[in-house]
Design a protein around this ligand. Structure first.
Ligand code: SF4
Ligand code: MG
Length: 285
């Protein structure tokens, strides 16, 4: 039927419009990695919003998830480890009309890139940061990142991680981010909608996507295969709306999903434009 034909055409259209499928595939990600699900969510969010590809800049640093700009047919920057938000800040100031999306991992964004994260959040510059949190440095072989859970195993913590882990959403909110949300790779539609909301928000947006790295983190910590790790995201998370109705012991240790903050605050590029005009008027006098 016609509906079926239309449905069948959608993925192909998306592949042809948004992916460099003839040039850059096959991709480097392991089978069962969540990165592909997040890529799908970002692309569908962009397609739903009918954004012009030429008005999108996707920026990344280094890591498994940071390979993502290689595969998409937008304006892209694949930059230095930890520096994606710094590059994205430069792009946004020079081309404020662009939708600037940063794709980053937990190691890239909260360790070497932590400084850039907190200051971009403080400035409230209009970037959409999709932080794919798989709790480990996957690409470089499984070292502890700032989000590796306490007592989890990593190649740099073979007897268990003695450090407490960052709550990256709390970190971003503490630094002043005006849009902060958390979801998981299992909740693909929720993720897609949250990315859309982040893209529509005029200010710094951080969307944390809890993800599975079955090949490194999963194996080291005996989490089972990709399907088991996806089921764990489903079973160990609760929506924000349910949190208030549950006793604290039922919330303890769960991944709380939802938009944790959405407020209007002056955006940095808007402020910069006002400042520029003020300086030009002063210069003209
Ligand atoms: Fe994904 Fe982990 Fe493989 Fe990297 S090492 S591609 S994060 S499964
Ligand atoms: Mg990681």
């Amino acid at each position: 039927n016609q509906g079926g034909v239309l449905m069948a055409n959608i993925p192909q259209k998306i592949i042809h419009e948004y992916l460099r499928h003839d040039k850059k595939f096959p991709h480097v990600w392991c089978a069962g990695c969540s990165n592909g699900i997040v890529l799908g969510g970002i692309i569908r969010a962009i397609a739903d919003l009918q954004l012009d590809r030429d008005d999108i800049m996707m920026v990344s640093g280094i890591g498994c998830s940071s390979r993502m700009p290689v595969y998409v047919d937008f304006n892209t920057l694949h930059t230095l480890h930890g520096r994606s938000i710094a590059y994205a800040t430069g792009v946004k100031l020079y081309k404020p009309h662009m939708k600037v999306i940063v794709v980053t991992g937990d190691g890239d964004c909260t360790a070497i890139g932590g400084n850039h994260l907190i200051h971009a959040a403080r400035r409230n510059i209009d970037l959409t940061v999709v932080l794919i949190n798989n709790n480990i440095y996957g690409m470089t072989g499984g070292q502890c990142s700032p989000t590796t859970p306490h007592e989890a195993i990593a190649t740099t913590a073979p007897y268990g991680n003695i450090e407490p882990d960052f709550n990256v959403c709390d970190l971003a909110m503490g630094a002043g981010a005006s849009f902060v949300g958390r979801t998981t790779a299992f909740h693909a539609i929720e993720m897609q909608n949250m990315i859309k909301d982040g893209l529509n928000h005029n200010g710094f947006s951080l969307i944390e996507v809890i993800s599975a790295c079955p090949v490194i983190f999963g194996r080291l910590n005996k989490k089972g295969g990709p399907a088991e790790m996806m089921k764990a995201m489903r079973d160990n998370s609760i929506p924000l709306a349910a949190v208030e109705k549950l006793p604290p012991e039922k919330v303890e240790g769960k991944i709380v999903r939802g938009i944790l903050r959405r407020v209007d605050k002056p955006e940095y590029c808007d402020q910069y434009k006002i400042l520029t005009e003020r300086a030009q008027q002063k210069g003209a006098k």
